[in-house]
Design a protein around this ligand. Structure first.
Ligand SMILES: NC(=O)c1ccc[n+]([C@@H]2O[C@H](COP(=O)([O-])OP(=O)(O)OC[C@H]3O[C@@H](n4cnc5c(N)ncnc54)[C@H](OP(=O)(O)O)[C@@H]3O)[C@@H](O)[C@H]2O)c1
Length: 375
């Protein structure tokens, strides 16, 4: 029996993780859950999974939760940063699922690694913001990081049993989001409701917008390339030095990469519709258009600068997406805010967590100021 701590349990990935756990009660127990402000859903999760410890974003949410949960079920309820850190290192946990959205997930994820707990990592923003720190700590503590993102999981699966030296390139696939074939002029007037309608995936708001701007594929570095693949059936590909290419395929359902991370190296049966390639009929591929989707080009630039620049890109993007969702920014202003924040930053070599948090705070404040000016 694996005992799980879930960071971001009320989000799209968090809920899918709990759905996989519920499908295999003989395999998984839930020891702790961290949520933000969705108290009614967290209360339901507490009733179903009976964790010993939960955390919410603030005192108001904690008070609401105490009212909703019967005293005989009531787990320990903690709040804010300290609460998330406690959930990530809960006594008895064997594995942590990192699925909060954005840089707020960085500290609890590092705490889990420091405590020697394997991490199922959905929160890719923390790898963008502080990838080298996260990876070196994981190596130092010999803690496995198992990818929960569908592309990362596809590459992880395709690399299985292969020699790293035999890899020529990685190909990430991107659906292209709802505006894949839109003219640049139409993109200017996109509404939040339109941008939230993803053709293939049902995800949280922030990553759905990242998918529409293609910011979610924004860090291709040397030997990593991006294909637009509108059907989202091939989740990514690995090309080897002999020209052979391994692709991982499956229906667009996040329970697949989640279950693989949870049960690796085994596979768990899942109650999901099988992939029917005859019904899908055609798998198509295009090159991304960096002019219509400047998020990708910004990603290349941030990766090239390295150091603290990717953390700035990530923080500015979080602020710009939130402002777009509130109707304060236009869709095409999202990459503008990110770019202007990057231009205002002189990147430094990455040193430690405090530096990343300080850069994150600076970039958030700078970008926030820009969102009022642009909007
Ligand atoms: N969804 C996908 O298919 C998918 C695929 C690949 C990667 N990812 C990555 O996985 C992560 C989660 O994505 P998602 O789609 O599941 O996001 P989501 O639906 O927006 O959920 C985010 C979760 O984080 C919690 N949260 C937000 N701010 C918080 C704070 N300040 N303190 C504590 N908790 C906070 C939310 O709590 P409340 O809702 O209770 O406020 C919620 O539980 C992201 O990093 C995303 O890039 C997602």
């Amino acid at each position: 029996m694996k005992r799980l701590a879930v960071l971001g349990s009320t989000g799209s990935i968090g809920q899918s993780t709990l759905a996989v756990a519920a499908e295999h009660p003989e395999e998984f127990a839930i020891v702790s859950l961290a949520a933000g402000k969705n108290v009614p859903l967290l209360a339901e999760q507490i009733r179903q999974f009976k964790p010993a410890l939960v955390s919410v974003q603030d005192e108001a949410a904690a008070a609401q939760l105490r009212e909703l949960v019967a005293p005989d079920l009531a787990p320990e309820i903690l709040v804010g940063r300290a609460g998330a850190l406690a959930v990530a290192t809960a006594p008895g946990a064997d594995m942590v699922i990192s699925a909060m959205v954005g840089a707020v997930g960085l500290e609890p994820t590092l705490a889990a690694i420091r405590a020697g707990l394997p991490v199922g990592l959905a929160n890719k923003e923390i790898l963008v913001a502080a990838g080298p720190l996260v990876m070196s700590l994981a190596q130092e503590r010999r803690v496995p990081l198992l990818p929960v993102d569908s592309e990362h999981s596809a590459i992880f699966q395709a690399l299985h049993g292969q020699r790293r030296a035999d890899v020529r390139r990685l190909w990430l696939t991107a659906s292209g989001g709802p505006f894949r074939s839109w003219e640049a002029a139409r993109l200017a007037e996109v509404s939040p409701a339109q941008a939230l309608k993803h053709p293939n995936w049902n995800m949280g708001a922030k990553i759905t917008i990242d998918s529409a701007t293609m910011m979610n594929k924004a860090l291709p570095v040397e030997r990593i390339e991006v294909y637009i693949h509108p059907q989202s059936i091939i989740h990514s590909l690995v090309e080897f030095v002999d020209g052979s290419v391994l692709a991982q395929m499956g229906m667009p359902d996040m329970r697949l990469p989640i279950a693989y991370a949870l049960s690796y190296p085994r596979r768990l049966p899942l109650n999901s519709p099988p992939l029917d390639l005859c019904r899908i009929g055609r798998l198509t591929f295009e090159r991304p258009d960096l002019n219509r989707f400047p998020g990708l080009a910004l990603g290349y630039a941030a990766a090239k600068d390295g150091g603290t620049m990717p953390a700035v890109l990530n923080a500015a993007n979080e602020v710009a997406v939130a402002a777009f969702l509130k109707g304060r920014l236009k869709f095409l202003d999202i990459p503008r805010v990110v770019e202007q924040t990057m231009v205002a930053h002189v990147p430094q070599p990455l040193t430690d967590l405090e530096q990343v948090l300080a850069v994150n705070a600076w970039a958030r404040e700078f970008a926030e100021g820009l969102t009022f000016r642009q909007g």
